[in-house]
Design a binder for this molecule. Sequence first.
Ligand SMILES: NC(=O)c1ccc[n+]([C@@H]2O[C@H](COP(=O)([O-])OP(=O)(O)OC[C@H]3O[C@@H](n4cnc5c(N)ncnc54)[C@H](OP(=O)(O)O)[C@@H]3O)[C@@H](O)[C@H]2O)c1
Length: 328
Amino acid sequence: MSGRAIADAIIEAPVVTSFTRLGYQARRRLDGWTPLDGYDLTGRVVVLTGATSGLGYAAADQLARCGATVVLVGRSAARNEGVVAELIAQTGNPSITQVAADMGDYQQVRNLADRVLTDHERLDVLVHNAGALDAEHHTAPDGTEGTVASQVVGPFLLTTLLLDRLATSAPSRVLTMSSGGMYAAGLTVTELEMTPETYRGAEQYARAKRAQVTLNEMWAERYGQLGIRFHALHPGWADTPGVDASLPTFSKVMGPLLRTPEQGADTLVWLAADDTPLASNGEFWLDRRLRSIHKLPTTKRTDTAERRAQLWDWVAETAGAVPHVARP
Ligand SMILES: NC(=O)c1ccc[n+]([C@@H]2O[C@H](COP(=O)([O-])OP(=O)(O)OC[C@H]3O[C@@H](n4cnc5c(N)ncnc54)[C@H](OP(=O)(O)O)[C@@H]3O)[C@@H](O)[C@H]2O)c1
């Protein structure tokens, strides 16, 4: 183990150093990170969900500064338009557009995919970043629990519908913003959706985020040969409107230790831009380094091949779409 790897392991052990800005700052210095402004993404098309706020907004801003063509996705066209105008003004990049879609509404996800396919001949990076920890139970139009619909099924459907375009644009990337919260949750299919009676927002969120990182590995195993790289990541703990709204006490207590949205979005932009992630597939990242998807033996025990296959089948059935590619 190199000195840098040992230092990284020491930072990683307690989550308070790893997930806060302390972890970000120490790793950036240790590993001598390439500044994000140094990447030229001219000609690359990036579709980014959850781009109107927090981490997605910071990522969109940085990707636009690097010259990418950016398609922003959020639920309100008016809000999206405001963000597009703001980002064009502050980055000087005119190639920013928006599509309104609720990722938990599968018809809207289908419309979003159609728009992307019509408007863009290539798709270099698809980023599933939209997400929220909802205090109250809600259901999506098809009756699926809302967190699972918008963060597991909707993204699966969007990847499925864009798979061909990603394949013809290879080497392309599909990135999924998960959460360190998933370390607490095992893999479950039968109890993936909590009921109104059993609902606890943090628990539902962790189960959905666990499903995301599992599916990320499965996409890589099943479709990596198309030249598409699938990577999941977590941002640490960042000070965003989402965290403020869903975890106000945590946000207040952790205040100065939280990462800025730009720090939280750093690895997302790096995974979209750097060549290093092209050398692997199906990985889970924090601060530009590979991380294990399990920290606890109890969650590892739940992660069986049989349950994984069950998860894939349930999500595909709920999405109403089985991934396939037009060409071999
Ligand atoms: N901040 C952190 O410390 C942290 C930690 C771990 C993981 N994360 C993850 O990072 C991602 C971004 O979080 P954030 O902290 O930046 O939150 P945020 O400030 O609340 O931003 C969330 C974004 O997602 C969009 N969104 C939410 N639900 C959506 C839906 N159903 N369909 C389409 N868009 C939707 C919102 O857009 P509109 O409201 O305009 O639709 C907004 O742009 C999430 O996946 C979150 O779970 C964040």
